[in-house]
Design a protein around this ligand. Sequence first.
Ligand code: NAP
Length: 324
Amino acid sequence: MSSTPPELHDLIILGGGAAGTAAGVYAGRGRLDTLVLDAMGGGGQMNIIDTIENYPGLTAAMPGPELARQMREQMERFGASLTFDQAESVEADDDTVSVTGAYGRYRGRALIVATGARHRELCVPGEERLQGRGVSYCATCDGAFFAGQRVALIGGGDSAVKEALFLSRIVDHVTVIHRRDRLRAEQVMQERAFEADNIDFAWSSVVTEILGEEKVAGVRLRQVDTGEQRTLDVGGVFVFVGVLPNTEFLGGLIDLDEGGFIVTDIDMRTSHPRIFAAGDVRARSVRQIATAVGDGTTAVLNIQQMLDTETPPRDLARVCEVEP
Ligand code: NAP
């Protein structure tokens, strides 16, 4: 039984977050026939950021979902369309890349993987059982449930400090629990957190258990230098201990690093010549909206060059034609 292969697009972009939409804008303007696949309708992690104030060009803080909406609108204005689907597997040969999604199959001459990353879990007793019952990974989504309560927040990176500041405006008190004696978050955010009246820090401490039966009642802490144990009574636990890449669907097709992030060269090219990667899914030391946008842009401009070499513009081909 033979089936018609799906329509061949110039470019398929997996993921409609910052990297994917930036790629979509440039691809649309480059007149590439581009399909952007995203299971959630785009925006990625921008959707769960309360306010963004470090993206160049923003003269005032902007809610993450609003920046996501504007990016998508800009992309669609230039002709790259967003399709609701989630890639389940990818195959590639010398000429094309095929994507199987939950709802369809898609084919492109090039692919950009911009599927981003998701939160990591702490993996301590009580965490899984109390998810949705006081354990949360998204302050913007769940913060309001904890109004007037004391909460614990774990982590010392940008997400942890940013979300601690967000929560401090809603809840009664936030204790930031960090495994070291200093934060790794952006300096300006650290300064704000240190100044907040209702944020304190449990330094060099790790959570060994989340306590509670039907809902969170507290956390058990261990001081890493002394081994001393103590319990903190809190009604909520927010976990921000880093991210995991969304790369499982690639099934070994391209090279990943030991953490599962996609390895690329400086042009965003992966180990397969037709597959590029951009944004948080890529092995890199910095994960910002600005760097994701840069990745998406770099990937598309290199893809455009690759596709142009394969199909010379008609006028140029005619000029160069040599009569036999
Ligand atoms: P991150 O920068 O990797 O920080 C993770 C934090 O969790 C670190 O402080 C780490 O401690 C701690 N941690 C890791 N595993 C732990 C464990 N098992 N138990 C306790 N603590 C643990 O992750 P992120 O804050 O989610 O940020 C991810 C990326 O997005 C980063 O590149 C970040 O810069 C970026 N980001 C940027 C913004 C922004 O507004 N500019 C906002 C959010 C995220 P150590 O410090 O000891 O390693």
